[in-house]
Design a binder for this molecule. Structure first.
Ligand code: ADE
Length: 235
């Protein structure tokens, strides 16, 4: 495969969407491989325990280094990129998805949100590249859904995965602005007409209109994305 993906989780069944739809088709066609591992396979005690209370006190549990360490020794070779989803990570962006799509082997280590003992990451970082990544300013129960989001954003950028190779070059964010609205048939639906310019056949005018719509939408929804010289910038 062009890209090999391994995912470690205590809820492996939660990652089944990775085998559905377009991702499943990319697996069937040999473009990517996806292997999901159950962290509990690396436990030794009868209770198959993976977490313990935090040093220093406080709520929640922290995932044990004696389980994660041997697991990553087995699953994450030195030349892979280890991605650890955490709300305390650096923000995931389209440009990070582009970087990940050029890797050969990604390993996602899904922990619960209170986290994995930091020494697991620090130890892995002595031999391999590690990224602690957040998919947004909200808190999920664990890293599984964040992993699905990052894998989907990454894999769709690989040649041959999407039907239309050019379609992702016009995405929201590829030019730094949000995409404007799209329309298909019929021309009038529930009394609402498709903007006339889109049916004009004047491609220069259509491009100009789309750019204006992108700017307007970005101004109202995401002023933080606008270049500094654009009106609508937050102070
Ligand atoms: N785990 C819990 N919340 C997360 C987030 N926002 N991003 C990545 N991983 C997470």
């Amino acid at each position: 495969p062009t890209l090999r993906i391994d995912v470690v989780s205590i809820f492996p069944e939660y990652l089944t969407p990775l085998r559905a739809a377009l991702l499943g088709r990319a697996i069937d066609r040999g473009i990517i491989s996806v292997d999901v591992h159950d962290l509990r396979d690396w436990t030794h005690d009868v209770h198959r325990g993976v977490d313990d209370s935090p040093y220093g006190g406080g709520p929640g549990m922290v995932m044990k280094p004696e389980v994660w360490g041997p697991c990553l020794d087995d699953v994450c070779p030195d030349d892979a990129l280890l991605v650890v989803p955490t709300p305390a990570g650096v923000p995931f962006t389209q440009s990070m998805a582009e970087d990940l799509s050029r890797e050969r082997h990604l390993v996602f280590a899904c922990g619960r949100y209170e986290g994995i003992d930091q020494r697991v990451v620090d130890d892995a970082a002595t031999r391999t590249r590690v990224l602690e990544v957040s998919i947004g300013d909200f808190v999920l129960i664990g890293g599984e859904v964040a992993t699905i989001a990052m894998v989907e954003a990454t894999v769709r950028l690989i040649d041959g995965v999407l039907g239309n190779a050019a379609s992702h070059q016009q995405d929201s964010f590829s030019d730094g602005l949000l995409e404007g609205p799209s329309y298909t048939r019929p021309e009038v639906w529930r009394g609402l007409a498709v903007p006339a310019v889109l049916r004009s056949g004047d491609h220069a005018k259509i491009e100009k209109w789309r750019h204006e719509e992108s700017l307007q939408r970005t101004r109202s929804r995401r002023p933080d994305l606008l270049p500094a010289d654009e009106p609508g910038q937050p102070d």
